[in-house]
Design a protein around this ligand. Structure first.
Ligand SMILES: [Zn+2]
Length: 212
């Protein structure tokens, strides 16, 4: 059984997820913790639950999703895993930080293991399918756990909205195709845990999303 805990961090209100197993291993997905209090909040949760972080995953590499990569690396010795097609996005993160006037951005450690839709992830026996969903970012991945009907969706699909496509590597038509082909092909009762805002379901978005 996969347990999930959501945190909302930084001025960007980014959702960070900790997924953990009954055996207490955990993955940290899109650590957006930015200020020291947020970093401590994440660390305290992991310690309180007695979790062992085993993977650091990024759905994509926009600034707000990688704020905490350096912290997670220094605390737990994990290197980030993401799609190679998002390396240009990662390379932009430092520039974006200065553009947004955000001081103290710590560069992410480099990726030692690139992920793609050809891979599968396994959290103590619970498998996750990886789907490639470009459009918001060129190398955007989503992680899907079919038995629990759970989608870690990053910034592809939000509750009654979609990811922005005006950043480098973004493309509106590509994003709509990703949502139609990779997400709306799932059953209506899959829950989507998004990179911003509340969770939603595929069925809710099929009816209520004004962009689709
Ligand atoms: Zn993003």
């Amino acid at each position: 059984m996969v347990h999930i805990r959501q945190f909302t961090f930084s001025p960007f209100q980014e959702n960070t997820y900790v997924l953990y197993s009954d055996q207490k291993n955990c993955w940290i997905i899109d650590p957006g913790c930015y200020d020291p209090m947020e970093k401590q909040e994440l660390k305290a949760f992991i310690a309180f639950e007695g979790l062992t972080p085993t993977r650091l995953l990024n759905t994509h590499c926009h600034l707000d999703h990688v704020f905490g990569n350096a912290f997670i690396h220094s605390e737990y010795g994990l290197s980030p895993e993401y799609d190679e097609r998002d390396e240009p996005t990662m390379n932009m993160a430092g520039v974006s930080a200065s553009m947004y006037g955000i001081p103290g951005f710590e560069s992410s450690p480099s990726c030692e293991l690139h992920l793609s839709e050809k891979d599968q992830l396994d959290l103590d026996g619970d498998r996750f399918e990886i789907r490639f969903c470009p459009g918001h970012a060129p190398g955007h991945l989503v992680f899907i756990q079919h038995e629990q009907k759970m989608v870690i969706g990053g910034d592809v699909l939000f509750r009654e909205s979609i990811g922005r496509t005006d950043l480098p590597g973004g493309d509106h038509g590509t994003l709509l195709n990703s949502i139609r082909e990779q997400l709306f092909t799932l059953d209506d009762d899959y829950t989507v845990y998004s990179g911003h805002g509340p969770q939603t379901t595929i069925g809710h978005e099929k009816i209520h999303n004004p962009f689709l």
